[in-house]
Design a protein around this ligand. Structure first.
Ligand SMILES: Cc1ncc(C[n+]2csc(CCOP(=O)(O)OP(=O)(O)O)c2C)c(N)n1
Ligand SMILES: [Mg+2]
Length: 201
């Protein structure tokens, strides 16, 4: 972790809470580790699918869901490390251009979950620039609370695909773990979305 990331104003738990409160009908994919705990602390909803440990897969999973459910807003909430591992997916998202997808990166410039090692964003890698170069039509960044309202409004209703790059304070928050069984979580999500027949009930 860098000293500066310690001082970022935006608090990730508050953003997670706002994302769920302001988008009650959205389908949410939570990236691995801390973003999963953030969204669980904000309310373990059946419409959230937490990835737990599948690093690099969050944007791609959000893309598939957004294409399959074009009437729903799909919001991916993930970390900088997770997104850095899945950069190729940003190009595919931009090419597929799902209007209902928003990707929100909580960038604490660290691999928080594994001990706060600095990621490449600490060295200046510009995730919004990468999204822009890939062809995302809508990109927002926030590093202060004053910039957050606009960014979150765009996540909720901006023309997708939206890429939102939020610099969040590098801090450890109390654990809030969702259920651990991946197959059970998958069925819970499918039941919520498609009804009991989708899971053989
Ligand atoms: C393929 C793979 N490599 C490594 C890990 C271990 N791992 C779990 S969380 C994490 C750090 C994630 O960092 P980031 O996405 O920035 O989330 P943060 O905890 O900082 O919010 C790592 C490396 C993993 N789950 N999968
Ligand atoms: Mg991180």
């Amino acid at each position: 972790m860098t000293d500066r990331a310690n001082t970022f104003e935006i608090r990730r738990r508050e953003v997670a809470q706002r994302l769920l409160d302001e988008n009650p009908d959205a389908l949410v994919i939570a990236g691995l580790g801390a973003t999963v705990w953030d969204l669980t602390a904000a309310g373990d909803r059946h419409s959230t699918f937490p990835l737990w440990g599948a690093m690099g897969g969050a944007a791609a999973m959000g893309l598939g869901l957004a294409l399959a459910q074009p009437e729903k807003r799909v919001i991916v909430v993930t970390g900088d490390g997770e997104q850095l591992m899945g950069l190729g997916a940003l190009a595919t998202v931009a090419v597929q251009r799902p209007g209902n997808l928003a990707i929100v990166v909580f960038d604490n410039e660290s691999y928080g979950e594994t001990g706060m090692q600095a990621t490449h964003t600490a060295a200046g890698v510009d995730l919004a620039g990468i999204a822009r170069a890939a062809g995302f039509p809508t990109i927002v960044s926030a590093s202060t609370n004053a910039e957050l309202d606009d960014a979150l409004r765009t996540v909720s209703s901006g023309k997708g695909p939206v890429f939102a790059w939020l610099k969040v304070r590098a801090e450890a928050s109390p654990f809030a773990l969702p259920p651990k069984d991946g197959a059970w979580l998958k069925d819970r999500f499918r039941r919520h979305l498609l009804g009991p027949a989708a899971v053989g009930e």
